[in-house]
Each structure stands twice: as structure tokens, then as C-alpha cells.
Write a protein that binds this ligand. Sequence first.
Ligand code: NAP
Ligand code: HSE
Length: 434
Amino acid sequence: MTIGIGLLGLGTVGAGVAAILATPQGRHPLVADLELKRVAVRDLSRPRPVAIAEELLCTDPEAVVDDPAVEIVVEVMGGLEPARSLILRAIAAGKPVVTANKAVIARYGDEIAAAAKARGVYVLIEAAVGGGIPIIEPLKQSLGGNRIQRVSGIINGTTNYILSRMADEGADYGAVLADAQQLGYAEADPAADVQGGDAADKIAILAGLAYGGPVDRAGIATEGIDRLEARDVDYAARLGFVVKLLAVAEHVGQADDGAQQLDVRVHPTLLPKHHPLAGVHGVNNAILVEGDPVGQVMFFGPGAGAGPTASAVVADILNIAGIRQVGGPAAGLDPLLAASSWNRCRLVDGLDSHHRNYLRLLTRDEAGVIGQIGSCFGAAGVSIQSIVQYETDGPGAEIVVITHQVQEARFRGALAAITALDAVETVAACLRTL
Ligand code: NAP
Ligand code: HSE
């Protein structure tokens, strides 16, 4: 019995999916039962890396969703609209959906999950986070018995690829970004990668699964790598750190009204070289889940690109196909495979969070400057771990400070006082440090 697949998009990911479906030999036997029935693209004349029968291609994605031969809709076109409407249209028609679209799921996941539950269809999203790494189903299923304390990770392949090459080769930011686009890692608009929005979408999804309720995507504090300077990557290395774009969702408490309070954020971070995430290089991603009672579990693998992402998409299709072949969910949707909410989640502003900091200051090069900076930190109760002055080409001094772990509010107080010092010309960089 074949199962008809409708593909919305035949770009990097769509072509990867089509390539797997066209070569079932040596894969799970169910792959041979999946048949591509129709494919929507924007431009019929564009050359494709996979051979697709011409009659399957069209430029009308609604026609793909509505085609009676299409039983599972695979949305890999990206963007918010028409992707969201097409997913809802498939659900309304009773067709299960597989999507890699984290932008849509992070913003409309609740609406989509509610529609899917009401209609009794699955919407599976394994490819939306971590490319080829299985992380969605493990969070939904395998780790379900835990209280999750923290989910942290490198979840954007493009930025990790850029940072790795900047650190290893001193490569130029713009040139490496162009390579990442060429390799199919970057989003259609790579601003989503380098400004941290893509990682924020993904951590919103992971937090929603880990803590059982939708997270306000717009409230996630987000900083990308687009303003990161090569000299900070270099100084970090000299001080024993690696710079990574980290996404973190941390449980900080429970509000009086029962809502889970979460600190969710994305920012470049200095990781000590021995940290488990520091050795994650290139396009690889890794997600560290800390739970009670499991302890630390780390998921690692390629976080972007055609093959890895298609691997995750096809796994979701197989999940749905497998259920279909045994006659569908007998008594409603499997609650572990379907998305479910059981909590309310609220974001906190992070001023109470504790962490170390890296600060690079451009100052006048004169007696007493380091003392004044030290006094500002001391007055705010911030302890300094190290303070180093580096040579500059100009007349001023460049001072790099690493603090001990401190409450964010205290650190900001010290920073305001330091910025106001006459001898301090610029706060050139301020980065979190684990
Ligand atoms: P892509 O290479 O830009 O491909 C998008 C495809 O969708 C293209 O085939 C395009 O047609 C088609 N398309 C776009 N808008 C359309 C419309 N209105 N009507 C018909 N077809 C339309 O994007 P991608 O990299 O494959 O990413 C697809 C999705 O997967 C995105 O949500 C992305 O965030 C997600 N994702 C990507 C990766 C990755 O590594 N690339 C990894 C995980 C998740 P044309 O080819 O004719 O232009
Ligand atoms: N642009 C994304 C990344 C694709 O670089 O991680 C994978 O989601």
C-alpha cells in the first residue's frame, strides 16, 4: 500500500527529501511505500539537484494540499505565509503535516497544535530544530519523566560554522557567511541566522516541549553574532574560551498563579574550552538537556544542510506512515507523538540570573584607570576574575575583564558606573561567559 506525499518546496530540504524517497534501497522498508505525488515550487524553470517527473511540479501549493492523492503534506517552503495557512489547510482537510519550519512553529505552534488536536491529525516537527539531530521526539517522549532544569545548546548551524572558521582560520565573517549560504545552511534571509532569530525560534520550540506550554517568542532576549568582532574571538581564545552562539531555556521557579517561570535567551557566549559544548564545531549542533533524575544528556550532530534535515523530515513521515499502516490512531492521537500543553510558561527578564561576564573597554592609557574600573566593580559587589591590558595600535589602552559569577542586575550597575568614567572611551564588547 503506497502513501501519497505532497511536497511544498523543492529547495535545499525539499530536494533532500525527494532524494531519499527516490532511493529506498537499504533504508527502512516503509520508505519504499512513500510516493511523491505532487510538488510545489515558485519557479518551474529553476534547475533542481534531483530528477523529478515534470508532471509532478506545479506553482500552486494549495493544489498540492488539496490533491486527493496527497495523504501527508510536507511543508519545506519556509517563511510565515503562505506556509502557516497551508499547514492549517492540510489539517482542516484531515491530512497530517510534517514541517521543518521553525519560524512558523515558534509563532503559531499553539494555533496549529490546537487545530491538529481538534481534527485528530499529527503535525510533526523533528526537522525544525537541530537539523539531523533527534531532539524533538526525545524531549516529547524519552525524557518525559523528568523535571527539566535547563536546555542549552548550539542550535544554529550557520553561525557555528562561521564562528568555527573565524576561530580556526581567522576567516573573514562575510566570506564565511557566503560559504554557509552556498552550502545550504543559511535561511533564505540569513539575518535570521546571524542576528539570533533562528536560534530564538528553536529555543522557543524546545522550551515549549520541555516545560509543557507555549513560550512567548517575542519576549526572548536575543543577540546574534553580527556585531561580534574577530578580536574578541581571538582574546577569548587567549584566555581559554571558545565563543559560541548559545540558546538557553532555564527553569527559575513557579509563580504564585502556578505558571512556570523561565529564563530563555540567545546570545554569543564564552565557553571554557573544556565545556561539553565548546568542542562542537562547524555546522554541527548540540543540545544539552539537564533533568531530574536523568542528569545531563547531550544530543550532537549536523544541524543544517540538505541530507541531515531531510533525514529528520523522512523520520517524521515514517512515523505517520507507520501509524497509517496499522489503521491510524485507534482511540485518538498518541499523546506523546502529538503536541500537548499542560503548563503555562512565563518569561522572566533575566536580571536575577547569575553568570560570568567578558568586558572589553577602550580607555585612556594613563595611571589609575584599572584602579577606577576595579573600584566600580567593587562598589557594585562584582568580583573580578581577571583583568588584562592589551597593546593597541592607537594611543589608548584596551582592557579586557572577566568577572566571577554575578547577578545580572549587579553587573549592569557596575557597567553603568564604568561607562560614566572619564577615562573610559567605549565599551567595545560585553559578552556572557559560562
Ligand atoms: P529553500 O532552499 O529556500 O527552498 C524553499 C523552497 O520552497 C523552494 O523550492 C521554493 O521554490 C519553494 N517556495 C517558497 N515559497 C513558495 C511559494 N510561495 N510557493 C511555492 N513554492 C515556494 O529553503 P530550505 O533551506 O530548503 O528551507 C526550507 C524550510 O526548512 C525552512 O522553513 C527552513 O527554515 C527549514 N530548515 C532548513 C534547513 C536547512 O539546512 N536549509 C534546516 C532545517 C530547517 P523555488 O525553488 O522555485 O524558489
Ligand atoms: N539556517 C539554519 C541553521 C538551518 O543554520 O541552523 C537549520 O535549521
